[in-house]
Ligand binder design. Structure first.
Ligand code: NDP
Length: 828
């Protein structure tokens, strides 16, 4: 090629990065052992796996295949180390994390080359994006280790954490997992992905170099069915943090259900890239390249669905095709390529299968004229048009360099199309009209929204999904809560499990009362010492002897009292077995109706925080007018003293005031990551929540759960205490007289555990809170795997609802919200 040709075409030749230092590093160490207790040990099976370069198909290294005995050893090492690491001061932990960050920087080029060799991603990306972000993550979390005592008072580390990471960002995912875990005083056992173990093994060397105490970080390479499953099921692991496919996330949710292990899942996505007709098209084209061809499209938050306003679709697609013709695919170590290799032949085949299916379903495929290298795993950048929103291409995560384009006319249509998948990981919005973009962002079901930018990450800004993209956040302060527990939980006894389960069995007598009392329980026997309030006259007692007017409460759905579908009632007794009333026996159909009503009231989420606060204050006002009646009801159901019951009512009133106060104060933060711009971290309502209430404190337990959920803009379907539901059903009139819109709170009485399970199984319920027994907790967690809804259960542990530390506050608000990070760059 002559100089003139080069000048005319602007072609440039390859610019290879030297592989020799990384290949030598591998050669000197392989076969790699397992990293347990800061030692390299051979796998007990004596078996090794091969790690192959996807760019060339050549064998890179042999690494140990851990089995369950090795996982046992790693967990035991982590457990032993936990005793001292968790007691090590935040400052000392900060120094270790700082040292890791510095060493990552010192070895940055070796790490970048190893990552490119092992994964097939371009050296430009590993050098300029992955590795700098890894270092930043450790620096950032060194800061949180230093600040933990002052900024997270009352919280403790979770314990031994099992971490399972994917192959698309091997070292970055390791950093996202290990940095917050160590900062908060946990110890870890990490399993890298089968295809990409090498940078994790180099990281293990760094752990040794900086002298991190043995057992704090353990790395076990191996297969999912051996090492992965053993880690998930290990009884001495306190938390699992997983990133990978939604399918595997679902199976981990089921496998850990009821075990008490904390769980965070970062799963797949099908993120929309929304272009309005006033967007700057040059920026949009480069944005699309970053959105779908970064890391070969093997990115959980890849902008894989291009949604374009109809009037600019044609010119945009034409420009995009021209740009695609100029993209370069090739060896990952060539600095002049845009797209590297697909991670494995299996993944390549899967991409091809989905592309073929798209063509068969009638979509129109376009690829550039050039062909990628024939040796190695390559797939050309691919664009589909004429795609229908329900087709495979538009719904299934392809995890490759494949973009599907669709059009919309109005902003409302863009939002509907964007939200039309079960996922909710990320979205990007392109418009020069910032008012429009900021109006669209809160309406998108996504954990990250990038305005006029895409695929930006920073340790300060939490990342994670809505809906089937998983739950939990990585990064930001919110990410720390995934690795801590309230300290009081350590001492919480399992009393709740036994009392609850005993109680659930005890009052199962059906039909009318055996001793002739009226359903309202207003017989002479009801008047006992506990009910006599100071200054009460005998005349009052005489009046109570009269037969009461029947007041059997129905269910409360959509702001109305409705009969249960079953037509059955459930008898409610005093603790010594006297009938005091009946409530409706709710069933699947009632739950369905209640969920529908809760969805219909979704406007509650956009009511102003001031307005929501006013309604909570009004509820308190109306409840306080009937303090005595509510206290007597508690006495009747629980047999506790009047004074005790009256104080439960007082704490309930205070709790309503607390959440009215929080309404306009739990507002989120503004992050300043290293970019010209800001990130708005906004806690948003989760949506429709199912809540199953505890039996202890029938009024306070009910309000303590409903009020924070409502305060944050959720609508709820509540199953009140099974044993003592009348305090909740007595609230119907309070709700009706407090301007609460119909459908915000729906109440279905009946058997708590089966109703909670129905809520957990329901695909239109977004989260379930359950406060009952151990088996009920397990059932809720297991059933929630269907649509990967968030759950918060007590595993049968008691919570002191009277104590503000345990019964109210930010823990409840965090559980009632999900953080959306909106990235807003600025400057021309
Ligand atoms: P997986 O979800 O299967 O793997 C992710 C990690 O989990 C790996 O370390 C894997 O081990 C491990 N693992 C798999 N099954 C289990 C199990 N039952 N118990 C414990 N650990 C397990 O992803 P794949 O690599 O198979 O990719 C399949 C699809 O998943 C992709 O096409 C993509 O759609 C999606 N994906 C999404 C990612 C994301 O970032 N959200 C990342 C990767 C994939 P091993 O590597 O040994 O199999």
């Amino acid at each position: 090629m002559s100089v003139m040709d080069i000048f005319a075409t602007m072609e440039y030749g390859p610019a290879p990065e030297a592989a020799a230092p990384a290949l030598d590093w591998i050669k000197e160490r392989q076969p790699f052992g397992l990293f347990i207790n800061n030692q390299w040990v051979q796998p007990s099976s004596g078996e090794y796996l091969e790690s192959v370069s996807p760019a060339t198909g050549r064998l890179l290294a042999r690494v140990a295949a851990a089995g369950s005995a090795d996982v046992d050893a790693a967990v035991a090492a982590a457990r032993a180390a936990f005793a001292t690491w968790s007691e090590t001061s935040g400052h000392v932990r900060a120094r270790y994390l700082y040292a890791i960050a510095r060493h990552i920087q010192k070895h940055s080029r070796l790490l970048a080359v190893l990552e490119s060799l092992d994964n097939g991603k371009s050296i430009r990306e590993t050098r300029d994006i992955d590795i700098p972000l890894v270092a930043r993550h450790f620096y950032y979390h060194a800061g949180w280790a230093q600040l933990m005592a002052s900024e997270l008072p009352g919280y403790q580390p979770v314990g031994v954490v099992g971490q399972i990471i994917p192959w698309n960002f091997p070292l970055l995912m390791l950093a996202w997992k290990i940095a917050p875990a160590l900062a908060m005083g946990n110890t870890v056992v990490l399993k890298p992905a089968r295809y990409t173990p090498l940078t994790a093994l180099k990281f293990a060397e760094i752990v040794q170099e900086i002298g991190l105490p043995p057992g704090v970080v353990n790395i076990v390479t191996g297969e999912a069915s051996q090492a992965g499953e053993a880690l998930v099921k290990h009884p001495d692991v306190n938390k699992i943090a997983f990133t990978g496919s939604t399918e595997v996330g679902r199976s981990i949710r089921r496998a850990t259900a009821g075990s008490g292990k904390k769980l965070s899942l970062e799963l797949g996505g099908k993120s929309p890239f929304i272009v309005f007709d006033d967007a700057d098209l040059d920026s949009v084209i480069e944005g699309i390249v970053d959105a779908i061809w970064f890391n070969q499209g093997q990115v959980c938050c890849a902008g894989s669905r291009l949604l374009v306003q109809e009037d600019i679709a044609e010119p945009l697609i034409a420009r995009l095709r021209a740009r695609m013709e100029k993209l370069r695919t090739g060896d990952s170590l060539d600095k002049a390529i845009d797209i590297g290799a697909i991670v494995s032949p299996g993944q390549l085949k899967e991409i091809q299968r989905l592309v073929d299916q798209g063509v068969a379903e009638g979509a129109e495929m376009w690829q550039p004229q050039w062909t990628p290298p024939s040796e190695g795993c390559y797939f050309p950048p691919t664009l589909f048009t004429n795609v229908s929103p329900a087709s495979t291409l538009a719904q299934v995560e392809i995890f490759g360099p494949v973009l599907v384009a669709m059009t919309f006319r109005t902003p409302a249509e863009a939002v509907a199309l964007a939200n039309n998948t079960p996922y909710g990981l990320a979205a990007s919005v392109w418009s020069e009209n910032i008012n429009l973009a900021l109006d669209i962002a809160p309406r998108l079901k996504a954990g990250s929204v990038w305005i006029n930018c895409t695929n930006l990450f920073d340790a300060s800004s939490g990342f994670g999904g809505y809906r089937e993209s998983g739950f939990g956040r990585e990064g930001g302060k919110e990410g720390l809560y995934e690795y801590v527990r309230p300290a009081w939980e350590t001492h919480a006894e399992a009393t709740s499990a036994t009392t609850e389960e005993r109680a659930a069995r005890a009052p199962e007598r059906d039909g009318a009362s055996e001793n002739g009392t009226s359903p309202d329980g207003a017989s002479g026997e009801m008047i006992d010492d506990k009910l006599s309030t100071p200054g009460q006259s005998n005349g009052h007692a005489f009046a109570a002897m009269l037969p009461a007017i029947d007041r059997t409460p129905k269910l409360f759905i959509g702001g109305k009292q409705v009969r249960p579908d079953s037509g059955y009632s459930r008898s409610i007794y005093t603790p010594d077995g006297r009938l005091i009333g009946e409530v409706g026996e709710g069933n699947r159909k009632d739950i369905r109706n209640a969920v529908e009503a809760a969805h219909a009231a979704s406007g509650w989420a956009s009511a102003s925080t001031h307005n929501r606060a006013q309604i909570l204050y009004y509820l308190a006002e109306n409840l306080s007018i009937r303090e005595d009646e509510f206290a007597r009801r508690i006495v009747q159901q629980t047999g506790r003293s009047y004074a005790d019951a009256a104080s439960e009512v007082q704490v309930t009133l205070s709790r309503l005031f607390s959440y009215a106060a929080w309404c306009d104060k739990f507002e989120g933060v503004v992050h300043r990551p290293p970019l010209r711009g800001v990130v708005l971290a906004m806690p948003e309502a989760i949506g429709v929540m199912g809540i199953a209430c505890p039996d202890d404190y029938p009024l306070l337990g009910f309000i303590s759960l409903v009020a924070p959920a409502m305060a944050m803009g959720n609508t709820v379907v509540v199953v009140p205490s099974q044993r003592s539901p009348l305090s909740a059903t007595d609230c119907y009139q309070v709700f009706e007289t407090s301007d609460l819109p119909g459908g915000v709170v729906n109440i279905v009485t009946g058997e708590r555990d089966s109703l909670a399970q129905l809520l957990a199984e329901h695909d239109d319920v977004d989260a379930v809170w359950y406060f009952g027994g151990t088996e009920g907790s397990r059932r809720v967690e297991f059933a929630s795997a269907g649509n990967m809804k968030r759950t918060w259960v007590n595993y049968g542990r008691a919570r002191n609802w009277l104590d503000a530390l345990q019964g109210e506050g930010e823990e409840f608000l965090r559980e009632a919200t999900q953080v959306k990070n909106i990235w807003v760059p600025y400057g021309e």
